[in-house]
Design a binder for this molecule. Structure first.
Ligand code: FMN
Length: 263
């Protein structure tokens, strides 16, 4: 089974690609964690693949909560695939302390952290997605052949980022007080529906954020009216959600291949 968590679609797409290539099914961790039955036993011979986005060079808290409920029996294969905008830090090493892992990979995809960065152009995003698709197929081959490995782009100063900056980020930079809506909000309720933690409630036709937030930014990035901001930082920035078609990805892959051949 491929278990995934995704705020803005990258990790969902990555999970579905791996599932397609390995003949596994997918399961949405956020839905699972909001249901009654959370315990999971992975029997010998079964595959346990987790796909999720890197948050501040570490894993979202939901992943740690989810793993608490997982029992891996001897002989089960386990592998983690994290998607990130550029560098994963030591997220996989941290998980390795919590659960037995046979392999771990990072996959670079478009960055959705619009609180700090503007979104990349569609062309840049597609370039990343085309490369990610190739990498996901390579990961699926490793899973199918049983030749799993650890291949994570940790980036520079990864120890500092994962073990010093990341806890600071969780403590000081991920509150909900700065979420606000403009008058363009029509109370459609999409943010309430898609929030993976069920942390948003529409009150008087406006969203209200409680405190159980991972900052996945699904609400900001997917609001159809572009009416949600985080402080003032996102006011002039674009929004990101994975909406690329296979045809677009094929074309981007073709362009990159031609560029490579001309070198
Ligand atoms: C709160 C937050 C923190 C992030 N931190 C990192 C990071 O440390 N390194 C990185 O490369 N990308 C980081 N990103 C970008 C995401 O990991 C990346 O865009 C991911 O593919 C999004 O996946 P999703 O669409 O499945 O939610 C961060 C994004 C968010 C929302």
């Amino acid at each position: 089974m491929v278990y995934y968590f995704s705020g803005t679609g990258n990790s969902k797409w990555a999970a579905e690609r791996i599932a397609e290539k390995t003949g596994e099914k997918t399961s949405d961790i956020a839905l699972l964690m909001r249901g009654e039955e959370k315990k999971i036993i992975i029997a010998s011979g079964e595959k346990f693949i987790i796909v999720y986005p890197v948050y501040a060079w570490n894993s979202p808290k939901l992943i740690f909560d989810f793993l608490r409920n997982v029992t891996l029996e001897e002989g089960a294969t386990s592998c983690v695939v994290c998607t990130c905008g550029s560098e994963a830090g030591h997220t996989v090493s941290v998980l390795k302390k919590r659960i037995r892992l046979d392999g771990g990979y990072s996959v670079v995809m478009p960055d959705n952290y619009v609180i700090a960065f503007d979104v990349e152009s569609r062309e840049e995003c597609l370039k990343k997605v085309a490369a990610a698709r190739e990498r996901l197929d390579m990961i699926a081959d490793d899973i199918n052949s049983g030749n799993l490995k650890f291949d994570v782009g940790v980036g520079k100063f990864a120890v500092l980022k994962t073990f010093i900056f990341s806890p600071l980020f969780s403590k000081y930079a991920s509150g909900t007080k700065q979420f606000k809506t403009t008058w363009d909000c029509n109370g459609c309720g999409l943010c309430e529906k898609i929030c993976p933690k069920g942390n948003i409630k529409i009150v008087d036709e406006m969203p209200f954020w409680f405190d159980d937030c991972m900052q996945c930014l699904a609400c900001i990035n997917r609001c159809p009216k572009r009416a949600i901001n985080y402080g003032r930082s996102t006011e002039k920035r674009g929004r990101y959600f994975f909406d690329f078609t296979e045809k677009e990805i094929d074309e981007a892959a073709k362009i990159e291949k031609e560029k490579e051949e001309q070198k």
